[in-house]
Design a protein around this ligand. Sequence first.
Ligand code: CTP
Length: 405
Amino acid sequence: MLTNKRILLIIGGGVAAFKSLDLIRRLRERGANVTVCMTSAASQFVTPLSAASLSGNQVYSDLFSLTDEAAMGHIQLSRAADLLVVAPATADLMSKMANGLANDLASTLLLATDKKVLVAPAMNVRMWTHRATTRNVAQLREDGVLFVGPDDGDMACGEYGPGRMAEPLQIVDAVEAVLFAGTAEQFLAGKRVVITSGPTHEPIDPVRYIANRSSGRQGHALATAAKDAGAEVVLISGPVNIPDLAGLKTIKVETAKQMQAAVEAALPADIFISAAAVADWRVDTQASQKVKKSGDGPPSLVLIENPDILAGIAGRKVQRPSLVVGFAAETEKVIEYGQAKLARKRCDMIVANDVSPGSGVMGGQENSVHLITASAIESLPKQSKAAVATAIIRRCNAMLEEKQS
Ligand code: CTP
């Protein structure tokens, strides 16, 4: 519930502005007091009168209005709120925010505020993926601005892809997560976390595949722990026998190449955790029909190496998540090999675990891991995969805070 919480909603000029009217209604349903500021472009899409009627408050739009300034100055307006929400956040508005521009009321409020800012981007897919927007988003994340969405979907312009504004109820959930961050342990509110989980299946022919014993339990437990900490989670999972987790987006894939494409499409993110047991090799040419026994003995399978998803993400020049965490599944010299993987894959942390047959880790309920960073090794006691996940997520948060301080 948002009773007595004051939200300053900044509506940018985009087609998604019509959804912001519903957002006002949804926020008020939960008890919030909503004050709206509209950019001049926004009033081309929705009228200030609609926003005033739905919010029950005066709508602000003019930086130089004498009457507005007399009643409530723009500095006061930006600080009277408990949270600023920008929805839709257009490419233009985010660019102004990233560069500290203050040439209209919306950008001035955003620069003058001492409160948290949650943005819900909305724009054409090409605008969202443009390097300039990518740079601005990275800058804003670094500045501590919180994000919800955008989602993938059909766009008003007829294209398909990421750029669609998050739905109003999703934004309300994010608002609650941010506002109750301190109280309900929602320390990752406004952060986006991408996690891979489970094995990959690499087809040999239409009925056979190469796989491994990963159950996906540890990766899925991480997704749950990140969601419980208030993060927006995208879980990219290979084939597992675990029911879908509520409250987070799961993308199901089979092969390493599909997993890699899904991870890249899920960026930008604050944290990437590569918990999947990605098959190192795939069959060079998959048979289009079932391979039959012939009198000439067994078929020979030519294997080629799969892309290393983790190393690819950690080595990115653009859109590298602030924190990249990998796992090291080892059957001997666990710490030594873990340290080597940390360096080789350029991760910020490696979670190393012993998966030798006697350990019962692969497919089991418990895990004992070592958290390896460039500066320290912390060995956790054997505990449930859920408890291990909570410890890893807390550690990720501490590392993220350290990076951003
Ligand atoms: N990983 C990945 N893509 C691959 C292989 C591994 O993203 N093609 C990731 C795993 O998700 C894990 C980390 O890399 O986070 C280490 O995986 P692991 O299987 O322990 O190491 P490998 O890279 O396969 O190295 P090796 O087989 O030599 O131990």
